[in-house]
Write a protein that binds this ligand. Structure first.
Ligand SMILES: [Zn+2]
Length: 408
């Protein structure tokens, strides 16, 4: 299996020569990357080698029953390779519909929604934010009181990271030396990004193009850091790459099922780290004061945010209709604003994200819901320690989206 895994890693690196977003992280042998850069295999050659590797994987001797990790490994490698072949096919001109694409790349399809599905939540927001003019303007005005001032941003993030890290370390043993650095950047289609460097280190970038609201401090610190992407990558490196020598995990192809698990665990990890009451207490005591905001407004702010979060599937719907050619960019922005309460600049930023990453959008909300269902099916909802254990188990093993346990 190690020989086949090496061929897979080399193919991922080869695709990266044609698609700048494809290789999200790589910390395997540096000479493999140098060789990929030097050879720059054409996409047609990558496609035929990937097809041959798929056949070799199918023909490889079966792993013994009972060795669950070995079976997960084989199954996962097979499916990741399928996604690579789909991405190569897209790069050579194949057009997939939104749902076909998300199934091929992320092993999942998002449910469809209509305007009526968001109407109930929008009506509740109407009554929480009374006044004249469109709801989106009232929400914008309300939210503008909760912006982290630019000069306080770094201190607020550091406080949030400390809180997320200390909660995570009570439940997850991380290898010594793990750490990350934070940078503030502009001109990106995303709001935050974790670039895993290997050696248990991450570079986390925070985009300051648009005002950053106070809820983003803990959300980003958990999502990008602890117990989100940084911890996920650290545990994969520790348990799979170093302890087992499974080098296929030293490369992370962005357009693959791994991304649904990565984004889903990063988003669900916020709730694993902070049950609601603990979150409110931490916001009141630490985050709002660090941001210079009035801590008596915590409950009011999060009551509104909890409703707005329930509109997140509006983003998938706008992306699906736009990418499937049913609506144009202006109409998609309109959907994001009317159904998802995106402000105009945020809707425009989101459209740039959709243009760049396409059906990747489902990994955040559907990923979170699938991960939540899996963890809660394994551990129940009552015991936080069991929940941490199930969550950590998912972070440390190669499980595909379609193998997550469904139904709570
Ligand atoms: Zn993420």
């Amino acid at each position: 299996m190690n020989v086949l895994a090496e061929q897979y890693v080399r193919l991922v690196l080869a695709v990266g020569q044609h698609d700048a977003d494809y290789v999200d992280a790589y910390y395997g042998p540096p000479e493999w990357r140098k060789e990929a850069e030097a050879r720059k295999l054409p996409l047609t050659e990558i496609a035929s080698r990937a097809a041959a590797l798929s056949r070799d994987l199918a023909a490889a001797s079966q792993t013994p029953a009972g060795d669950e990790m070995a079976q997960l490994r084989r199954h996962y490698l097979t499916r990741q390779l399928d996604a690579l072949r789909a991405r190569v096919s897209m790069l050579t001109g194949t057009k997939l519909r939104f749902d076909e694409e998300s199934k091929a790349l992320y092993d999942a399809t998002a449910p469809t929604h209509t305007e009526a599905d968001f109407a109930g939540v929008l009506a509740q927001l109407e009554s929480k934010l009374p006044g004249n003019g469109p709801l989106i303007d009232r929400y914008d005005a309300f939210r503008s009181r909760f912006v982290i001032p630019r000069e306080r941003l770094d201190a607020v993030f550091k406080a949030a990271i400390d809180g997320c890290r200390s909660r995570t370390l009570q439940h997850i043993t991380l290898p010594p030396g793990e750490s990350f650095t934070v940078e503030y950047v502009t001109g990106k289609s995303w709001s935050g990004y974790n670039w895993y460097q290997g050696n248990y280190r991450s570079l986390i970038q925070v985009n300051t193009d648009l005002p950053i609201f106070v809820d983003r401090a803990v959300d980003l610190a958990c999502h990008e850091g602890y117990p989100g992407h940084h911890v996920y990558n650290v545990l994969l490196e520790k348990h799979l790459v170093r302890d087992r020598g499974w080098l296929e995990y030293s490369v992370y192809p962005l357009f693959s099922p791994q991304s649904l698990i990565a984004e889903g665990t990063a988003n669900y990890g916020i709730e694993v780290a902070f049950l609601r009451e603990a979150r409110m207490e931490f916001e009141r005591r630490v985050i709002f004061p660090a941001a210079g905001l009035d801590p008596t407004q915590v409950e009011a702010y999060y009551a509104v945010q909890a409703l707005v979060d329930r509109l997140s599937y509006a983003g998938n719907e706008a992306a699906r209709q736009y990418l499937d050619g049913q609506i144009d960019a202006a109409a998609a922005a309109q959907r994001l604003m009317a159904w998802g309460l995106y402000s105009k600049p945020r809707a425009e930023q989101r459209l740039r994200f959709i243009d760049q990453y396409r059906s990747y959008v489902i990994n955040y909300n559907l990923g979170k819901d699938l991960v939540a269902a899996h963890v809660e099916a394994v551990a129940g909802t009552l015991d936080p320690t069991r929940r941490w254990q199930a969550f950590t188990g998912l972070l440390s093993s190669p499980r595909l989206p379609s193998n997550l346990i469904r139904g709570r």
